[in-house]
Design a protein around this ligand. Structure first.
Ligand code: DX5
Ligand code: ZN
Length: 227
């Protein structure tokens, strides 16, 4: 997995979109230059909220060519990997806190032909990744406790990004770093400078104003930070 043209990626989360106008909203961020669509799957067990399943992933797959970045905040994700892949998931990420046999799960995601991501909650030590980095395509660092859109960014994640970037370069790995939660115009540049490759933004894109303009604004800040 690599950054297209060496540039960082914006993956808007439809969690904060208007679901009655989902097609229109996905097209708006696509027009704004977004390079992926982030879909937050929650089960009411691993996180205290319920959201979407494969049917919504399939519907979004039918209206965009962008890669679908499916973030599974569910227990026992192995039971649903195939269903999400068949629905059109291109990147599938699972939480280290929810998966007892992470190597098996990540390998299965890749066997299904998707890119595999491992996700860490803000309080889970980075060392939990040490022995899975070689097999994962990307790492997703949560910058809020998962469950809801619109929460405040936890600043300690900036140091975690920098430490992970350092670890990856020491090992010569191309694993991408994704950051999710409380990302907006005020911190997008700082996150890219700290070493993030993929930024997820829900509320900042869909919560107010126009999704297309919000997407362009975030991308402009990301490009400036790339220098
Ligand atoms: C949080 C989700 C995020 C969320 C981000 O549980 O994983 O993807 O949608 O939303 P904002 O950008 O509003 O924090
Ligand atoms: Zn997410």
């Amino acid at each position: 997995m690599s950054r297209p043209g060496g540039r960082s990626i914006l993956s808007p989360s439809i969690l904060s979109a208007d679901f009655a106008r989902l097609g229109e909203q996905v097209h708006a961020v696509e027009q704004g230059g977004a390079q992926a669509i982030h879909l937050d799957v929650m089960d009411g067990h691993f996180v205290p909220n319920l959201t979407m399943g494969p049917a919504v992933v399939k519907a979004v797959d039918g209206i965009t060519k962008l890669p679908l970045d499916v973030h599974l905040m569910i227990l026992e994700p192995d039971r649903y990997l195939e269903a999400f892949r068949q629905a059109g998931a291109d990147w599938i990420s699972v939480h280290v806190e929810a998966v007892p046999h992470l190597h098996r799960t990540v390998t299965r995601i890749r066997e299904l032909g998707a890119r595999a991501g491992v996700v860490l909650n803000p309080a889970t030590p980075l060392v939990a990744l040490t022995d899975i980095l070689e097999v994962a395509d990307f790492v997703l660092l949560m910058s809020v406790d998962p469950g809801f859109g619109g929460q405040a960014f936890i600043p300690a994640v900036l140091n975690r990004i920098a430490s992970l970037r350092d670890l990856l370069s020491k090992r010569g790995l191309k694993t991408l770093i994704e950051v999710d939660g409380g990302v907006g115009p005020e911190n997008a540049g700082e996150l890219v400078r700290a070493g993030a490759d993929i930024l997820v933004a829900g509320n900042a894109v869909f919560g107010k104003g126009e999704p297309q303009a919000n997407t362009r604004d975030l991308l402009r800040r990301m490009r400036e930070a790339e220098g």
